[in-house]
Design a protein around this ligand. Sequence first.
Ligand code: R5P
Length: 303
Amino acid sequence: MSGVSSILLSSTVHPALTAATAQAFGVPLGVVKTAVFPDGELGVELGQSVQGLDVFVCQPLTAPVGESLFALSLLADACHRNGAKRVVAVIPYLAYARQDRRDSTLSPLGARVLADLLAAGRFSRVVLLDLHSRAIEGCFSAPVEHLSALPLLAEAIGRNLQPDSVVVSPDVGGMKRAEAVAKVLHLPVAVVHKQRTSGLEVQTHGVVGNVKDKHVVLVDDIISTAGTLSAAIAALLAQGAKPSFTVAAVHGLFVGPAVERLAQLPLKHLLVTDSVPQRPGIHPAIGVVSCASVLAEGLKRLL
Ligand code: R5P
């Protein structure tokens, strides 16, 4: 590609986000051909040479995670073998990020294992969006560029903010995220005391902060099964919060019983980004904020 020094490629998961990011980034979107062989193996082929180029490869690690990860690794290998100058992984959603510590001496450290597997792609940098915890950066030996879509979500919340609002984190681990949004919106913060009992269920043990007669803005990194949200909203209603919630989360996975659970909740607004592909019909109040501009700005800093 004469006159071009960088290219953005989509792996298998999210071509729409990659295309929007390429446009905002101002670099060409490359072509990647993928196939699944009859035995279930993936086939990947570059649609053009990337020799001498800075190649940015975009792949959120959605389910099935092993396949998403392997497709990214295959594409990285194709780029290296074709003579790319450097290959940067752009991973808007990092799977296994919630396994950032061991539950017991009998458990693995999932985030570290994932980072080690990603190292096989020999990426010169790894670009990540709103990690579950910043400590995960330490799992990578390649430099990590950690971007955040929280300012975008805060802006979207601010457009529909109701009077007497309070920003709430559904658990102690998410306090920094809630504080970041509350700072932009000039609002107080509260937190729900949560305990996870299984992958599907959580229990709450009260709320710290004043939520009585307040409109609550719940801020989280991930909505997976919506168990956390359901439990947090029940705890907040029990403390007198108004039954009209705004929920904002960066990664809307919506797996398992999430859609049914969300339908039972008094949600006025449900905001997520497109860090993973969003399907229609999740909830009538859903709004999807694109994180393409955040990724593009982050990638420009790497040139
Ligand atoms: C947990 O620490 C995370 O920040 C999220 O609150 C959680 O992973 C969401 O999962 P779910 O929707 O299944 O409760």
